[in-house]
Design a protein around this ligand. Sequence first.
Ligand code: FES
Ligand code: FES
Length: 174
Amino acid sequence: MKKAMKRIISLEINGKPVELTVDIRQSLLEVLREQGFTGAKEGCGVGECGACTVLIDGLPIDSCISLAVWAEGKKIETIEGQAKGERLSKVQQAYADTGAVQCGYCTPGLVMKTTEFLETHKDQLAKGEMPDRQVIRKEHSGNLCRCTGYQGVVDAVESCCKSLISEISEPEAK
Ligand code: FES
Ligand code: FES
């Protein structure tokens, strides 16, 4: 039997500092799921489908191919950090409203990717410019979805962009 090689890592998960004892061979996905963060899913397990996407220091990462020990000192955001109580995040709500969720297996990963997309495009959105649908498709191409045909997904991202633009241009209307 292989000997477990344990290490203690300190990190932040959804804004909360945690200290975890992990096997150095464990993926971040495995450790997150062991800790109850089961929103990130294992699809392919080899970095192809994006179902396991979480944000590490704001960047979308395939947690199935990231070692948990690499998360030492980092800020991890998972789908569980999106809703506040019963209230969905704007991205989650947009996915629900546009019918971008069918079986939902890909949805946590896509929502995390969209969250990062909105952040990285915020300067453009602040100028009132909409990202092109092709850009939205291209930047979400690392997240595969077998159910929706992506139409609803792109609609959801576009809807988030539009509402951010109007919030920025009409802050008093919030
Ligand atoms: S499960 Fe990680 S990319 Fe598919
Ligand atoms: S909604 Fe089923 S895989 Fe995307």
